[in-house]
Design a protein around this ligand. Structure first.
Ligand SMILES: C[S@@+](CC[C@H](N)C(=O)[O-])C[C@H]1O[C@@H](n2cnc3c(N)ncnc32)[C@H](O)[C@@H]1O
Length: 237
């Protein structure tokens, strides 16, 4: 078993094998996004290619089937949040809704300070997250914590301090974990990045297992978590 309440360094698909069957209450992940990018000129001016932005150097992307198989093995019941790009929506809906017959809720982080560039498309001011849960999986929370959207600036301060390009808003992540777990439950994030899921779980009294492949992010996320836990202890004095 991977140690609980620890951010592990390694490749998720390898380390997941060390987690026992039916031991996880919630999977909360933000895997590398699949995006369309321009690659030189093609027959109609631009050749489009799928790739995984920002993490190409460390990751070979997100092998859906391999990960979904592991998540279903370790989860007590399907209860999973997945941040994704628009390109990944179809695959996720097809798998969890068509094949697995899960309930789903689309969640959205709306940014008030997007890059002001749009060309021949809408502006990129939203990030998306699906919650999938199989029948019988409870959702708790309050009117406030159950809002499906969150409006804020891109968190430039935390981005700068923790040097992670895709850090997610802690309060939104906390709401999701609060709504979908109970105190003492075990949350898994195997694409941990700056450790937002670990931090949110720790602050809410949930247990967690986090995995990050990049040494720099791994080490900075541990510093982030430990700094927060020391502060929590001070407040308890
Ligand atoms: C989109 S970021 C997650 C950001 C995170 N939600 C946060 O708020 O900081 C995805 C992370 O997954 C990591 N990653 C990519 N492939 C991985 C793998 N195979 N195993 C573990 N981590 C991986 C990347 O290094 C990156 O930090």
């Amino acid at each position: 078993m991977l140690e609980i309440n620890k951010i592990h360094l390694g490749n998720a698909i390898e380390l997941l094998k060390q987690i026992p069957d039916n031991s996880i209450d919630l999977v909360y992940i933000d895997p590398p996004y699949e995006q369309k990018v321009s690659h030189g000129s093609g027959a109609f001016g631009v050749e489009k290619k799928l790739h995984y932005a920002q993490f190409d150097h460390i990751s070979n992307g997100f092998d859906y089937e391999a990960y979904f198989k592991e998540f279903e093995r370790v989860l007590k019941a399907i209860n999973i949040y997945i941040w994704h790009s628009r390109m990944q929506m179809f695959t996720l809906l097809d798998y969890f809704v068509n094949k697995k017959k899960c309930n789903f809720t689309p969640l959205r982080w709306i940014k008030t300070n997007p890059v002001p560039a749009c060309g021949n498309s809408y502006i990129s001011d939203s990030e998306y997250c699906f919650h999938f849960r199989e029948q019988g999986v409870q959702i708790y929370g309050t009117v406030d914590s159950k809002k499906t959207y969150y409006i804020s600036q891109t968190n430039k301060k935390d981005k700068a301090i923790w040097e992670h390009p895709t850090i997610k808003p802690l309060d939104f992540v906390k709401n999701h974990i609060f709504n979908s777990t109970q105190p003492g439950d075990l949350v898994l994030d195997c694409f941990s990045g700056s450790g937002t899921t670990a931090l949110a779980s720790s602050q809410l009294g949930r247990n967690f297992i986090a995995i990050e492949i990049d040494e720099k992010y791994h080490s900075l996320s541990i510093q982030r978590l430990e700094a927060d836990q020391s502060q929590q202890k001070l407040f308890q004095l």
